[in-house]
Design a protein around this ligand. Structure first.
Ligand code: C2E
Ligand code: MG
Ligand code: MG
Length: 696
């Protein structure tokens, strides 16, 4: 009960109830005590009064007893009975015989006999007491006669009898209750006054506490910026200060937490680099788009985009440039599609686009072409012109999948093929996965090719056209797979470039070719060896150093090494490669532009590059005798090269007619099946070098 009281009532009410109870108890107690004391006093007085009355009566009853005549006491008895409270009067003689009785006696109330007062005292005693009355008894003595001078004997008093006076206690009870009521009234009035005062006081004292608790309640209800402004007792004001500081700290915390929450939410759903939605948000968007399309019976396309050769940008120009390229690419993609289409960075160099509400699937290819076109223009970052293209896979809802994961998987497969075919974009078609799995299988096999010694270098001779003298050879890599057989470099070099494996394969070819050229040079055949370079290798920061190391370790004269770079690579990476090419030239290495005519060289670049040789692409050479355009082109290229003081090699010469045409055009060198196919080194030595030796 006490617990409930403490728990459920306010502090002020508890204080009021406790004080009220206390004061009421006090008032009751004090009125009881003072009433009791007054009662005792009144009782004593009444008893004394009874005794006096009885004694008085005793004195006036002597004659009546002496003469046994009640009439002698009649007056005194009447006077006694007239006293308030005297109920009855009795006069008894010494033998306890009643001489006179007046008033209303209640004999059963008291015992019949009375206690005789011993001795000669005339004092009255309280003989008996009942619930409602007192009985007083006083002895009656004879009056001593006046002393005579003749009497020898001393005068003597004689006991004549007793008087009995019964007095009612009614007066006492009345007075007791009057006193009690008066006491109670005054005590309770006083208590009431005090209570009113206390109430005023407690209400004033508890006001700041109530204000504080009201502030706390508002804070608890979620009202913001609650502060307790109050004046009152020091400790409560201190509590209010503490509450205010606590609220301020709490609000700071809440602000920090909600800011962090917003940031976390933003980070969880957005890519911090490009500020585009991230994979998580994209998956949500995709699922929502599927729901909408299903409800409205619409179609939509999912574009899965991967930047080609992005890894190389990171590897060669650093992650900072790579990051900025991603931001710029994301912006271009965003601007290539409608505002309502969703663009997200899916991860790494992968972006996804949702083209909603399609009227026809051609919208997918139109958007893809736009994106490819937008990305084709070089990105100017940190003074570099960076070329990146994209491969896009497209899956269409509901034809290519009814759920997000299937649509994504199929768009990814289509992207994979677009990358492999270098076609820009591809729509998903069933059966694509089989092709991809063969591709993936080949990738795994290529990764192991080097350590399993499945790679070989073949050599194809190159001769001086005018004299027919052997001037050098081109090193061409071969992959002899136990299952796939001889895999053409046209198939596996793009794969190696895509996976980055070209770096180690290229390094191995360079080392093998330099070793071989050194062996033949040492054997008296100082032939220049041409090694093909991939753009990926060229972008490696330490590429020039790695060439230096190979030359130093193999001991080959740098003049006997020629590095071939395809025209398209050279043009795409013009700015980044220029300094590497100059450094290679400084080492003393020869440089050639491979597959010339296919890469739309700018003539100004051609002038600036420190190259020594142009290799006319086989596609032009093969038709020189049948196609006048090709004939004109080849003639023009040779004239142009000579005007820039460059040597010209014609690739893929298969017939005598082609050779004769090239002779007429003043071409410097030829290479092709007319002379020899690329052959393994031992065969090269046996057939070609031996023939040269014999001719010498
Ligand atoms: P490429 O550097 O232009 O090499 C010439 C290609 O033409 C070789 O093909 C060669 O076998 C072929 N060829 C030469 N003469 C004739 C001919 O008279 N008729 C015909 N039809 N073809 C002829 P291959 O060996 O299949 O190499 C293809 C391409 O692979 C090369 O073109 C080169 O770009 C690349 N490649 C080869 N080896 C390497 C290498 O070690 N590293 C790099 N990065 N690329 C390489
Ligand atoms: Mg080549
Ligand atoms: Mg070529």
């Amino acid at each position: 009960m006490l617990k409930t009281f403490l728990r459920e009532f306010t502090f002020r009410r508890q204080l009021t109830i406790t004080m009220t109870l206390g004061i009421l108890c006090l008032a009751l107690f004090s009125s009881l005590v003072s009433s009791w004391q007054a009662n005792q006093r009144v009782r004593r007085n009444l008893i004394e009064q009874g005794q006096h009355i009885t004694e008085n009566l005793a004195r006036q009853s002597a004659l009546a007893l002496l003469y046994a005549s009640p009439d002698n006491a009649a007056e005194a008895v009447s006077a006694t009975l007239a006293f308030p409270g005297v109920v009855s009067v009795e006069i008894r003689d010494t033998g306890q015989r009643v001489l006179l009785v007046r008033g209303s006696t209640r004999p059963s109330e008291f015992p019949k006999s009375i206690v005789l007062v011993a001795g000669a005292s005339a004092q009255a005693v309280l003989d008996a007491e009942s619930e409602g009355a007192w009985r007083f008894v006083a002895p009656v003595y004879s009056q001593p006669s006046a002393a005579s001078p003749f009497e020898v004997q001393e005068a003597r008093t004689e006991r004549l009898g007793d008087v009995v006076v019964v007095m009612s206690k009614a007066a006492l009870s009345q007075m007791t209750s009057d006193i009690f009521i008066a006491n109670m009234t005054s005590s309770f009035s006083f208590a009431l006054l005090i209570l009113i005062l206390i109430r005023i006081l407690t209400s004033r004292m508890s006001r700041p506490l109530n204000q504080l608790s009201a502030s706390m309640a508002r804070a608890e209800a979620g009202v913001s910026n609650v502060r307790a402004v109050l004046s009152g007792p020091k400790d409560i004001v201190d509590m209010a200060h503490a509450f205010n500081s606590m609220m301020a700290a709490l609000e700071d915390r809440i602000a920090a937490v909600s800011h962090a929450e917003l940031r976390i939410r933003h980070l969880a759903y957005n890519d911090p680099l490009t500020e585009l939605p991230n994979r998580m948000q994209f998956m949500d968007l995709l699922n929502q788009t599927i729901d909408r399309a299903r409800d409205k019976g619409q179609t939509f396309a999912l574009l899965f985009l991967d930047l080609n050769r992005f890894k190389n940008v990171n590897d060669t120009l650093g992650h900072d440039v790579g990051d900025r390229l991603l931001i710029a690419a994301g912006l271009r993609i965003r601007h290539s599609v409608r505002a309502g289409d969703s663009v997200a960075r899916f991860g790494g160099d992968e972006f996804t686009v949702l083209l909603e509400d399609l009227t026809s699937t051609t919208a997918g290819s139109v958007a893809s072409q736009k994106i490819c076109l937008a990305l084709a223009a070089p990105f100017e970052i940190d003074g570099h012109d960076i070329y990146v293209s994209a491969s896009i896979g497209i899956s269409v809802y509901p034809a290519d999948g009814m759920d997000g994961n299937t649509l994504l998987k199929h768009a990814d497969s289509a992207m994979y093929l677009a990358k492999k075919n270098n076609s820009g974009y591809e729509f998903y078609e069933s059966g694509m996965e089989a092709t991809i799995s063969a591709h993936v299988q080949m990738e795994g096999a290529l990764r192991r090719a080097e350590e399993r010694n499945e790679l070989l270098v073949y050599y194809q001779p190159k001769v001086v056209l005018a004299t027919g003298a052997l001037s050098g050879m081109e090193a061409l890599v071969r992959w002899k797979h136990p299952e796939f057989g001889m895999v053409s470099p046209a198939r596996f070099i793009p794969l190696a470039e895509e996976t980055g494996l070209i770096v180690s394969i290229g390094a191995w070819v360079l080392r093998t070719a330099c070793n071989q050229a050194k062996v033949w040079a040492d054997a008296g055949m100082p032939l220049a060896v041409a090694v093909n370079l991939s753009g990926v290798q060229l972008r490696q920061r330490n590429f020039v150093d790695s060439v230096r190391v190979v030359l130093a370790e193999t001991g080959l004269d740098p003049a006997l090494l020629e590095l071939e770079i395809t025209e398209s690579v050279l043009m795409e990476q013009a700015k980044e490669t220029l300094s590497s090419l100059h450094q290679l030239k400084e080492i003393g290495v020869q440089l050639a532009i491979d597959d010339f005519g296919t890469g739309y060289s700018s003539l100004s670049y051609l002038k600036r590059f420190p190259v020594d040789t142009l290799k006319i692409d086989r596609s032009f050479v093969s038709d020189v005798t049948s196609d006048p355009d090709d004939a004109a082109l080849v003639t023009g290229i040779i004239a142009l090269a000579h005007s820039l003081r460059l040597k010209v090699v014609a690739e893929g010469v298969e017939t005598v007619e082609q050779r004769d045409f090239l002779v007429r055009c003043d071409c410097d060198y030829i290479q092709g099946y007319l002379l020899s196919q690329p052959v393994p080194p031992d065969e090269f030595e046996r057939k070609i070098l031996d023939a040269v030796r014999r001719a010498q």
